[in-house]
Design a protein around this ligand. Sequence first.
Ligand code: 2DT
Ligand code: MG
Length: 217
Amino acid sequence: MSKRGSFIVVEGLDRSGKSTQTALLLARFEAAGIPAKLLKFPARTTPIGQMIDSYLKSHSDLDDRAIHLLFSANRWELASTIEHLLGAGTAVICDRYAFSGIAFSASKGLPYEWCRAPDVSLPAPDLALFLDITPEAAKARGGYGEERYEKEEMQRRVGEIFRRIGQEISDGGGEGEGGKWVGIDAGGEKDVVAREVWAFVEPLARGIEGPLRRLWP
Ligand code: 2DT
Ligand code: MG
């Protein structure tokens, strides 16, 4: 039986190095001759993604629930693409995914379970890597940008919820419904972080025998 591609998600606070690390990870796959595709959420170019982009740049205002559902819908519009790629043996690397959806909206005060619901039965990653950095260290990397959510207080709450998500996955046996969750110290030098990322990804890199799982059944 031929293997399906592995589904790797990279999460973290703003300025934790997600873009750098996902790009380095893609390069690792390519260097190893393994087909891989890098996706980023929010995917800002689709019609839904354009609404999200406008909201994040404060060009438009939306109810907290409405924007939450748009972020989820933005994943659903790419869910079949993800499944197709994995089924064809291509690894999928995602810069943010449903965990960001929960962490950011719950940090605004929306109920955690409510935040989780619209992402139920999305493709589940085989591995979620959480690039862990303190809001102070993130800020020291040149400060946050101008977008909504790029504020220290918000980042602190988001970090706490990411840790709760990781704890729940670990309590469920570590390989539970949300896939395996691994926290990585992202405060160090980028090549050091990249080596650690690869150490977790490498065992899965050449594909997976088992079926694709679904988020939070
Ligand atoms: P980037 O800085 O990575 O472009 O993200 N966000 C993201 C949510 O609030 N919900 C989601 O489901 C996702 C995927 C995180 C832009 C901001 O969007 C937030 C930061
Ligand atoms: Mg950002």
